[in-house]
Design a protein around this ligand. Structure first.
Ligand SMILES: N[C@@H](CCC(=O)N[C@@H](CS)C(=O)NCC(=O)O)C(=O)O
Length: 217
């Protein structure tokens, strides 16, 4: 049985969306981020990212993590890619070329998009939201996102999906990293194909199931 560690309100949303799309049975252990707890050391604190039991799974103290038989895997995009390859059917690669393209989009998401899209998200969180510092950080992050989002937009002007003319793990990985930036409507207005693609991704039953569970958490 697969075991996925990490609450829905974390980067665990990425493999959880994949698992919903693939309809794969799994055990979910909702490990919460330690920083979200008032007192992670309290005796009745829930299992969290600094709990000794979880550090035995991921000594780095971050979610998500996956256990599959003897395999323990960390890094949300590596987990999501693994699940697609192993259990995802057409969500995963059909051949070596698609495999390479899916890895390319995973690295694009992690390196060219996520740092600045997270910066946009964080600029809206209290207590920084609305401060001059937060606005400057947000504008700088949005500026740096123009090149990668422009590339994504141009790619999507030629088709509805990132790889293979069908919805795949590549769409999940990139959509999850772009999602944080989507709060910046003025930024996304520059990229109509990417914006429409993100809406299509979010209309999928697999995403809706994941998101409903996240909201209910
Ligand atoms: N690159 C890692 C980042 C993992 C990460 O930062 N996870 C956050 C939650 S989204 C976490 O567990 N934070 C807990 C902590 O730092 O204490 C991945 O994609 O899995």
């Amino acid at each position: 049985m697969l075991t996925l560690y990490g609450v829905y309100q974390s980067r665990a949303s990425r493999p959880l969306w994949l698992l919903a799309e693939a309809d794969v049975p799994f055990a979910h252990v909702p490990v919460i981020q330690a920083y979200r707890l008032a007192d992670p050391d309290a005796p009745d604190a829930p299992l969290h990212s600094r709990s000794p039991a979880f550090l035995a799974i991921n000594p780095q103290g971050q979610v998500p993590a996956l256990e599959d038989g003897g395999l323990i895997l960390t890094e949300s995009l590596a987990i999501t890619l693994y699940l697609a390859r192993r259990y995802g059917g057409s969500l995963g690669p059909a051949d070596a070329a698609e495999d390479a393209l899916m890895l390319q989009w995973a690295l694009f998401a992690a390196t060219a998009v996520e740092p600045d899209s997270i910066a946009i998200y964080l600029s809206e969180q209290p207590p920084r939201a609305g401060t001059a510092e937060a606005q400057a950080a947000r504008a700088a992050a949005a500026g740096r996102l123009h090149a990668p989002l422009g590339r994504l937009d141009r790619h999507l002007s030629g088709g509805d999906h990132l790889v293979g003319g069908r919805f795949t793990v590549a769409d999940i990985m990139v959509a999850e990293c772009v999602r944080y930036a989507a709060a910046d409507a003025a930024l996304m207005d520059h990229f109509p194909h990417a914006t429409a693609w993100l809406s299509r991704c979010h209309a999928r039953p697999g995403f809706r199931q994941m998101w409903a569970r996240r909201l209910a958490e």
